[in-house]
Design a protein around this ligand. Structure first.
Ligand code: SF4
Length: 405
């Protein structure tokens, strides 16, 4: 049985955080039900909708080296088993639990499932005991919390809806409801963040004991209000109080040390887990395993082809209601782009990549790419395995630029 991940995009939020560069919108709650209905419809009709949009699924579903899977049965879905579902966004916890249940029912009715991990991204202020109990009944067993910081001054400046007290209110509710796998997100580089406040956030995080931690560096690009303000040298959105790149790298390195000594395993550049709690779903992205994305802006990967639905949620709902899937990006991977992905995504994992295996799979020689990086101390080699040097993880983007030259 080939394992398949399902991603469900919920592109709605209560407000727009200043640093956010995602395609999400603040809409009336009246739009949630039609959206959940459209997603369920897309799931139930995915074969026909994808075929009509020019995407062959699962005919072209292949292993990551592009070899098509043998169809083991003519019965749809029986050659694949869905083991992970991830509700991301946006703020999927805004949806009524009945909407989430409906979507999960559509998944269970359309695929063979053995759901080992069902994750819901949630913001702390949206957590209520009744909702949490309903999530557990629906089959959700992992909650990924967008905390970002424990310092109210940073949360206010970032335009977040929750405050530190909401975190302390929400975590016990989830534990009591039976959620035994919680992930916390922190952002290094928020306005007003200092070495002291960062350490404080890390300490409070450890005291609450989540099973998984994600730490992201603030992204500075035109896609967010804060990013574009920083790029044009303005001071709105507390842009003047954003830590320097060196400080952000230092924050990241502090987190590496602190989380290691607290027993977290650093398994991907931005991710740490207590043993056995690595995200099963997200590992599929880095390992280039197949996943299907549903909803506006959701991305999918068959092993040989990538595609995505259009971002506009209203256009998505009306297209699906009209029996059409608004596929906007579609790319059949060449051997060259598959190899680039294999290197880029593989090296994000701290276990590194087996260069010998990749050379054999793609018929290439990679020594020329890695020799200069090893000489400069960016990567370490152990036999055929190459991994990013631990002390260079905070500048991994620079390493990737060198690698792709
Ligand atoms: S809650 Fe998340 S997705 Fe929504 S605006 Fe804030 S950062 Fe963006």
């Amino acid at each position: 049985m080939e394992k398949l991940g399902i991603y469900v995009q919920v592109p709605f939020c209560q407000t727009k955080c200043t640093y956010c560069n995602f395609h999400t919108g603040v809409v009336s709650a009246a739009r949630f039900a039609p959206y959940a209905e459209a997603v369920s419809r897309e799931i139930r009709g995915h074969r026909e909708l994808l075929k009509a949009a020019g995407v062959d699924w699962p005919g072209r579903l292949g292993r990551s080296d592009g070899v098509p899977l043998q169809k083991k049965s003519e019965t749809p879905g029986t050659d694949l088993i869905v083991d992970t579902v991830y509700f991301g966004g946006g703020t999927p916890s805004l949806l009524d639990p009945a909407h989430l249940q409906k979507i999960l029912d559509a998944i269970r009715g359309s695929f063979a499932t053995e759901l080992a991990e069902v994750t819901l991204e949630a913001d702390p202020e949206t957590i209520e005991a009744e909702k949490a109990a309903a999530w557990v009944c629906a089959g959700i067993n992992r909650v990924s919390f967008g905390l970002q910081s424990f310092a109210d001054k940073e949360l206010v400046a970032a335009g977040r809806m929750h405050r530190r007290a909401d975190i302390y209110r929400a975590v016990p509710i989830l534990r009591k409801a039976g959620i035994s796998n919680i992930s916390f997100d922190l952002i290094a580089g928020l306005p007003h963040q200092t070495n002291e406040s960062w350490r404080q956030s890390l300490e409070e995080l450890q005291a609450l004991g989540p099973e998984h931690v994600s730490i992201y560096l603030l992204e500075i690009d035109e896609g967010s209000r804060l990013g574009s303000e920083l790029l044009r040298g303005g001071g709105r959105y507390s842009a003047g109080a954003v830590p320097s790149e060196d400080e952000m790298a230092e924050f990241y390195e502090t987190a590496q040390r602190e989380l290691r000594s607290a027993g977290y395993h650093h398994y991907e550049i931005s991710n740490w887990a207590k043993p056995g709690f690595e995200s099963k779903h997200n590992l599929k992205y880095w390992r280039r395993e197949a996943y299907l994305g549903f909803g506006a802006g959701a991305h999918s990967f068959s092993g040989t082809e990538r595609w995505a639905n259009g971002h506009d949620a209203a256009a998505y709902v009306s297209a699906v209601q009209g029996g059409r899937l608004p596929v906007e990006q579609q790319e059949k991977l060449t051997a060259e782009s598959a190899l680039e992905e294999e290197l880029f995504l593989g090296l994000r994992q701290l276990d590194g990549i087996d260069v010998g295996r990749i050379e054999q799979k793609y018929g290439v020689t990679l020594a020329g790419r890695f020799d200069p990086l090893a000489t400069n101390g960016f990567v370490r080699r152990e036999g055929s395995v190459v991994r990013l040097a631990e002390e260079k993880l905070s500048i991994s983007n620079e390493v990737f630029v060198e690698l792709m030259k």
